[in-house]
Design a protein around this ligand. Structure first.
Ligand code: ADP
Ligand code: ASP
Ligand code: MG
Length: 484
């Protein structure tokens, strides 16, 4: 109709490791892309490296294998990376020959796989000679998995009858040089992504982009951190003003808890961005914790769906609070394992300004991030939770910081509880509904689980509790009963 503004629909589809884990998964994902192409004006695909296969004889997860090989090479092992190269070649060539119909295409992609895997062997051989592996080298090696899978997936999509081309995100996702968890530089990324992708989209071609990776302004390859392909998809979606993002994985959306621990976990129909961020931050590994942020700025909805059950509606994540089909206040339960609880206490804390500041400045100097903080109202103790592997460094930093006060008995020796887990109950109504923390305590008390500390998240839609590590799974199952 003349004069009616026409909004192009642009969908970004992200496929996780199991969605490209073997030939059957590649074909299934390619069929989903073909259907999306019929439904949306433009489609962009973002892919993970090949993950778990449905064939129990194939246990290789590509990113894990790449990283393990690099670390083994650094430790003096000259064999493992050569063996890994052969296994990776077999896994990728087996998928390629089953999913790409055209012989020339198959040959071309096969040559690229071999070229990338030679690069892997050369990098690992250098790491072996040097006897150490820098974070920068780890990123160059870890990112090869997505470069391999994107080429095969593009071939599979072409074989399903849709124009598609593999693209390395290092061409346009510009990041900081914080190797292993690089931060995207959105302004530069947006300009470059549009220049690279829009001409392809106008031709009706589906870009099949490597998730997980980017490059610094100087072009050095980086990664966004483990599980980072989800984040890649939302970075690309924000840069291109996508109208929809679909995150395809191996479960029916975001579940009320981790199904490997809580068998009765079930799909959550809708979540707000805030609830989803909180779940991901506090351990729901289904999405990378930073996935929501770029989408929130542009108000782009995200659906989490199952590649192997595509007719299931999955979970819709929106940026405004939607009218909820009224249910329980607690919508989900998550856990972070392998954490330590550190306590700074002593009479000298009471009424003395600046102790909290000095505590967290000392922690920050060790480069450790703090998951949660809770302070008793008596002001006599500050307690916070960190990854277990940082515990020794943090205690040393606090001993150095408070050595004087400790010598005078004003601050007690630093307390640590190393075998701990954080259990988090998430739900938008939690802060405004009286008695929810009581219900959580009662649920844990009824199975004799002790709570060592509690914190209400700053976002007001989560309560986190510390329990002993060996009680974590039972605690999740007990709190899960509150989800109704
Ligand atoms: P992908 O490779 O598709 O990105 P991931 O393994 O990263 O998949 O994430 C999906 C997995 O996350 C599921 O198979 C499930 O075991 C696990 N998971 C943990 N917590 C949840 C949750 N609350 N909802 C859904 N899946 C969860
Ligand atoms: N392949 C990467 C990883 O295993 C990124 C991802 O799958 O999201 O961490
Ligand atoms: Mg993932």
């Amino acid at each position: 109709m003349p004069g009616t503004p026409h909004t192009m629909s642009l969908a970004v589809l992200k496929f996780g490791g199991t969605s490209v884990g073997d030939a059957r998964a590649f074909q299934q994902s390619a069929a989903i892309v073909r259907n999306a192409k019929a439904q949306f004006d433009q489609v962009i695909v973002v892919t993970s490296a090949m993950g778990k296969s449905s064939d129990p004889r194939d246990t290789i997860k590509v990113t894990d294998t790449l990283l393990d090989s690099a670390r083994a090479a650094a430790a003096g092992d000259d064999e493992s990376f050569r063996k890994a190269r052969r296994l990776l070649a077999d896994k990728h060539h087996a998928a390629l020959s089953a999913v790409v119909a055209n012989a020339d295409d198959r040959q071309r992609i096969g040559d690229e796989i071999d070229r990338l895997l030679s690069g892997f062997e050369v990098l690992c051989a250098s790491v072996h000679v040097l006897g150490e592996v820098t974070p920068r080298a780890l990123d160059a090696i870890a990112g090869l998995g997505e470069r391999l899978s994107a080429r095969i997936l593009a071939g599979a999509i072409r074989s399903a009858g849709t124009l598609a081309e593999a693209i390395d995100a290092t061409d346009f996702v510009v990041t900081s040089d914080r190797y292993q968890s690089a931060a995207p530089l959105m302004d530069q990324t947006t300009v470059k992504a549009r220049a690279r992708l829009l001409p392809m989209l106008h031709l009706g071609c589906v870009p099949v982009i490597t998730g997980f990776i980017g490059a610094t302004e100087k072009g050095v390859p980086t990664t966004l951190g483990r599980g980072g392909s989800d984040y890649s998809a939302s970075i690309v979606a924000a840069a291109l003003d996508a109208t929809d993002v679909f995150n395809y994985t191996d479960v029916d959306g975001v579940l009320t808890s981790d199904p490997r621990i809580v068998p009765e976990a079930h799909t959550i129909q809708t979540l707000t961005a805030q609830e989803m961020s909180e779940m991901a931050y506090f351990g729901a590994s289904v999405l990378h914790p930073l996935t929501i942020a770029p989408l929130a700025d542009k108000n782009i909805p995200l659906r989490v769906k199952n590649t192997f059950n595509p007719s299931h509606p999955g979970t819709l994540i929106t940026h405004t609070r939607t009218a909820e089909p009224s249910g329980s206040v607690v919508k989900a339960v998550t856990a972070i394992k392998n954490v330590s609880m550190v306590t700074v206490s002593g009479a000298g804390l009471k009424g003395v300004p600046g102790i909290a500041g000095r505590t967290f400045t000392a922690v920050a100097r060790t480069g450790t991030s703090v998951f949660m903080i809770s302070q008793a109202s008596s002001e006599q103790n500050i307690c916070f939770v960190i990854p277990q592997q940082s515990s020794a460094n943090v205690v040393a930093a606090l001993n150095a910081e408070f050595g004087g006060e400790m010598a005078h008995g004003e601050i007690d020796p630093i307390g640590t509880f190393d075998q701990a887990s954080i259990i988090t109950a998430v739900g938008l109504g939690i802060s405004e509904t009286p008695g929810v923390s009581g219900q959580v305590f009662t649920a844990l008390g009824s199975v004799n689980i002790n709570v060592y500390a509690i914190a209400q998240g700053s976002s007001e839609c989560a309560i986190s509790l510390i329990v002993a590590a060996d009680k974590c799974d039972a605690a999740m199952r007990a709190v899960h009963k509150l989800t109704g």
